[in-house]
Design a protein around this ligand. Sequence first.
Ligand code: GRF
Length: 232
Amino acid sequence: MPLPLAVLVSGGGSNLQSILDKIAAGALDAEVRVVLSNKPGALGLERARKSGIPAVALPHADFASRAAFDAEMVRVINAHGVAAGTGAVALAGFMRMLTPEFLHAFPGRVLNIHPALLPSFPGVHGAADAASYGVRLAGCSVHFVDEIMDHGPVIIQAAAPALPGEGAEALAARILKLEHCVYPQALHWLAEGRLSVEGRHVRVSGAAPAACGSAALPFLASPGLDTAFLPT
Ligand code: GRF
């Protein structure tokens, strides 16, 4: 059975789109059952609708508390057939902290993508913070979500050089391209049952140690990306 997936978005949803594209291409054996957003105008919801996927807006300000908002999200996700153990939740630019209650509803099955090499530059402006710090290597991380922001065990990271004279926006755009490779890849490993976690360490069975990019898109990913998830 394809991995039942709920995707949470707050914005453009380009990572959601990369997941949908890899599913459509047959590379990722998952099914996005529902897309939720705390922002009714999020382009990510529109992308879901275009693909015939239920898109649910839950404006967080309509709820009396964070706990009530998260409880409703869990209810909606479960109602769309994404359950603890078999399903998973992918945060794709979802700009809200989740409560422990939400995480307990999907133990070990909530993933996030962050546009920096964690533990450097956590927070909402990861890519911009890295650029203005003047890093020579930027990148992105996919990790399991725990109760601390941008903190859980790391599944895959891709590092890319900050090029001389490149502005923060251009760097962030290159990092986003890498995000679109590593996030579907991590979900593929999850779907295939190839991830195991011991403390902070994630083991990915059968993955190559690393993969390199090209002169056009230089990067180093660890673990390596399967061919189907390399940038095109
Ligand atoms: C991405 O950079 C992601 O890493 C971060 O938020 C951004 C979302 O972009 N968490 P999009 O909505 O997927 O285009």
